[in-house]
Design a protein around this ligand. Structure first.
Ligand code: SF4
Ligand code: SF4
Ligand code: SF4
Length: 362
């Protein structure tokens, strides 16, 4: 009953919140109070973004602490009991620190404390939600270019897409919710799986191409080689509405209970598609390696939030196949859920450089 009430309230709440966060002026106009000031949405002098970040961080960090301090490991099975593995503990420590420091204290708390007018006097701004996972900033600043074209490929070569399960703010929420009892069930039961769901992942490639195209337009505009203000503005507005607001925010978070926790990460996020391509091109040696203990129990597939059919690499008709997989053929984020859930320890991350690459796996 509690979960049903939650489900009934969750999506409308997410929709209402992101609407206010991203389009406050339009929400005011739509509500019939066109003269009302946007500061109406500022509670105690703080912008909606601050309150959103506070709740988000409390949820993520709370779930991490709960797990690290002995909360039930959702990957436990009847045959495999015990505390989360050292990998999972390290991952949740990383998530805790990244969320608290990089995504809360640094952007929301410290600058506000240093402002002369004081902490509880946020400037009234029209909209405030910025996305961190696009690739077009690589075309607008040297820092963005270094980050996207150098730091990310290097990290992917060494660590695969663990950025998505150890650090990224969006991924932090997905991982945190995924260890809570309801969230773990949403991942197991609602994550789209199968051939059709996998084919649909091409959508993410389309969004990456759109993001690169938009980045190129910004670059040409910045260099004053081409000026197309109208086109730029309408492309930016369309991206904001369709990709960032509708897909990345409302569906990305609101559909957790309906489609699992990684819909945006699997079908939308252009950075993730870029990382996957970079991993394949740079021959990243990140991989999950099954061994000969596999008994064909298929619990690994059910645990994967990215909808990867892990068991199909581990066995055929319950006979172990020991076929490694990595970024050359899956969108694996290195969360370790499949490894944690296998009751016979038939899966492990391959040591760096220790597995075959695309086309070489047995
Ligand atoms: S897929 Fe994108 S949004 Fe999801 S965790 Fe990775 S970088 Fe973040
Ligand atoms: S790897 Fe483990 S969970 Fe997956 S099919 Fe084999 S025995 Fe089952
Ligand atoms: S295959 Fe395993 S490590 Fe990769 S995303 Fe799925 S559960 Fe996580």
């Amino acid at each position: 009953m509690a979960e049903r009430i939650f489900l009934a309230l969750f999506l409308p709440t997410v929709l209402a919140f992101y609407s206010i966060h991203k389009y406050p002026r339009q929400v005011l106009d739509f509500s019939g109070f066109p003269q009302a000031d946007i500061s109406l949405f500022h509670l105690a002098g703080k912008a909606p973004g601050f309150w959103y970040a506070s709740i988000y961080t409390a949820l993520v960090c709370g779930a991490c602490l709960w797990l690290l301090r002995g909360g039930r490991n959702q990957h436990q099975t009847k045959r495999k009991k015990g505390a989360p593995s050292s990998y999972q503990r390290a991952k949740f420590r990383s998530i805790f620190l990244a969320q608290l420091i990089a995504f809360y204290l640094v952007p929301y708390v410290v600058p506000a404390m240093l402002r002369p007018e004081g902490f509880f006097h946020d400037p009234v701004a029209i909209g405030g939600k910025a996305a961190h996972v696009y690739v077009w900033p690589a075309f607008t600043s040297a820092g963005g270019a270094i980050y996207i074209f150098m730091v990310i490929p290097l990290a992917v070569w060494f660590f695969g897409k663990r950025y998505c399960s150890w650090f990224c703010s969006c991924g932090n929420l997905a991982e945190a919710v995924g260890v809570l009892p309801w969230g773990a069930r949403w991942v197991r039961e609602r994550t789209p799986r199968g051939t059709g769901a996998r084919k649909l992942e091409v959508l993410q490639l389309v969004i990456l191409l759109f993001s690169l195209f938009f980045g190129l337009m910004l670059l040409l505009d910045g260099l004053a080689l081409v000026t197309a203000d109208g086109l730029l503005a309408s492309t930016a507005a369309a991206q904001d509405l369709v990709i960032d607001f509708a897909f990345g925010s409302v569906i990305g978070v609101g559909a957790y209970p309906l489609l699992g926790t990684r819909i945006w990460c699997r079908y939308g996020c252009p950075l993730a598609q870029g990382m996957k391509l970079v991993g394949a091109v740079t021959r990243s040696r990140f991989a999950v390696q099954p061994n000969d203990k596999c008994r064909g129990l298929n619990l690994c597939t059910a645990a994967c939030p990215m909808g990867i059919d892990v068991a199909s690499y581990a066995h055929r008709d319950k006979q172990p196949t020991e076929q490694a997989f990595g970024l050359w053929d899956t969108p694996c984020i290195g969360c370790g859920g499949c490894i944690e859930s296998c009751p016979v320890d038939a899966l492990a991350f391959a040591p760096l450089g220790g597995v075959p690459i695309a086309g070489e796996s047995s």
